[in-house]
Design a protein around this ligand. Structure first.
Ligand SMILES: Cc1cc2nc3c(=O)[nH]c(=O)nc-3n(C[C@H](O)[C@H](O)[C@H](O)COP(=O)(O)O)c2cc1C
Length: 290
C-alpha cells in the first residue's frame, strides 16, 4: 500500500453513489494486480478474486450483473469466490477487506454488498465451481457523494455511528470493560476495529483481552439475517464476515504499530454473556523481541 493503513481505514466509508467515470487504465491495472496477490486467511481459506470493471465507452458492461437498491453507477465490482470449509466466511471477510483497503489506498471508494446482488450472475462471471460461493461483493468507483465527511462533522458522525468502546472491548472476561489505558500500545488497533464496516452497522465483534491474548467473539444480533427474504435469496451469514473484517483491521493496525502476532484457536472457555455470543479466534501478540 502507498499510505499508512490506519489512515486508509479512517478514509474508508461505504460509498453508494459513484461518478459515471470508469476507472482509468492505470488504476484498474494496479487494482487488478493487487487482487492477484495469493494469500490465505487466518483459518487457511483462499479467495479467488476478479475485478469486473466497466471500460470507457462500454458503460453497459456491468448492467447484466444486477445489484438491487441503493448503489448508483458502480464502475466496478470486486468479486470473490471461496470454497466451503471451516472459517470460510471469516476468511472471506478478512481477505476481501484487505482488497477494499487496497482500493481505498488507490483513491477509490467502495461498498460491501451482502444482500443486494444477484449471486448467480456474479458466480457465472467469476466461473464459480460447485463447491465455491460468492458470499458478498464490493462495488468500486470514484465517489459522487463528496466522500466521507471530514473535520468535526466527520468526527462526530463516526463517533455516533459506532457502539461505545466499553461495550465492545472487555478484560479479563465479559464482566468488565477494558478500561481507558488498559489497551496499551494496541489501543489504535481496537479503534481500527471500531471504524470497520459491518453488515447493517450491527458491529457484532467483541474482544476480550487477557494479557497478550486478544480473544475475538461474535455477538450475533437476534433474528438478524433469518428472515424469509434472506433465506429465499440465499444470503450468507454476514455477521461471520464482519468478524473476518474486524480481524483484518486489528492485525493490519497492530502490525503497523510494530506489534507482531499470530492467529490461533485458543478458546479460553469464558462464560459468554448470552447465547448469541460465541468464540471465533485469538490474536496472540508476540513477545517483544521475538
Ligand atoms: C458484510 C457486509 C455486507 C454489507 N451489505 C451492504 C448492502 O447490501 N448494502 C449496503 O448499502 N451496504 C452494505 N454494507 C455496508 C454497511 O451498511 C456499512 O459498512 C455500515 O453501515 C457502516 O458504515 P461505513 O461502512 O460507512 O463505516 C455491508 C457491509 C458489510 C460488512
Amino acid at each position: 500500500m502507498d499510505n499508512p493503513v490506519l489512515e486508509v481505514m479512517r478514509r474508508r466509508y461505504s460509498c453508494r453513489s459513484y461518478l459515471k467515470a470508469p476507472l482509468d487504465d492505470r488504476t484498474r491495472d494496479e487494482l487488478q494486480s493487487r487482487l492477484a496477490s495469493p494469500e490465505s486467511g487466518p483459518f487457511g481459506g483462499r479467495v479467488r478474486f476478479l475485478l469486473a470493471a466497466a471500460a470507457a465507452g462500454d458503460e453497459g458492461a456491468l448492467k447484466g450483473l444486477g445489484t438491487y437498491g441503493n448503489i448508483r453507477n458502480p464502475q466496478a465490482f470486486i468479486i470473490g469466490a471461496i470454497a466451503s470449509g471451516t472459517g470460510d466466511l471469516e476468511d472471506y471477510g478478512y481477505l476481501m477487506e484487505k482488497k477494499v483497503l487496497a482500493a481505498v489506498d488507490l483513491g477509490l471508494a467502495t461498498c460491501w454488498l451482502g444482500g443486494g446482488f444477484r449471486q448467480s450472475r456474479f458466480a457465472a462471471k467469476i466461473g464459480a465451481a460447485a463447491n465455491e460461493s460468492i458470499p458478498a461483493v464490493v462495488s468500486v468507483g470514484h465517489p459522487a457523494d463528496g466522500g466521507r465527511p471530514g473535520g468535526l462533522q466527520g468526527f462526530f458522525a463516526r463517533r455516533t455511528s459506532r457502539l461505545a468502546a466499553d461495550r465492545l472491548f472487555l478484560s479479563p472476561d465479559f464482566g468488565r470493560p477494558l478500561g481507558p489505558g488498559e489497551s496499551g500500545p494496541l489501543g489504535p488497533a481496537l479503534e481500527a476495529v471500531r471504524w470497520g464496516p459491518s453488515a447493517s452497522n450491527k458491529q457484532p465483534w467483541r474482544i476480550v483481552r487477557a494479557g497478550r491474548l486478544w480473544h475475538f467473539y461474535i455477538q450475533r444480533t437476534k433474528g438478524y439475517g433469518q428472515g424469509l427474504l434472506n433465506r429465499i435469496m440465499g444470503t450468507a451469514d454476514l455477521q461471520r464476515i464482519d468478524l473476518g473484517i474486524a480481524m483484518c483491521h486489528f492485525e493490519l493496525a497492530a502490525r503497523e504499530l510494530g506489534a507482531a502476532g499470530t492467529w490461533l484457536c485458543a478458546d479460553p472457555g469464558l462464560a459468554p454473556p448470552d447465547d448469541l455470543t460465541s468464540y471465533t479466534a485469538t490474536w496472540r501478540e508476540a513477545d517483544s523481541g521475538t
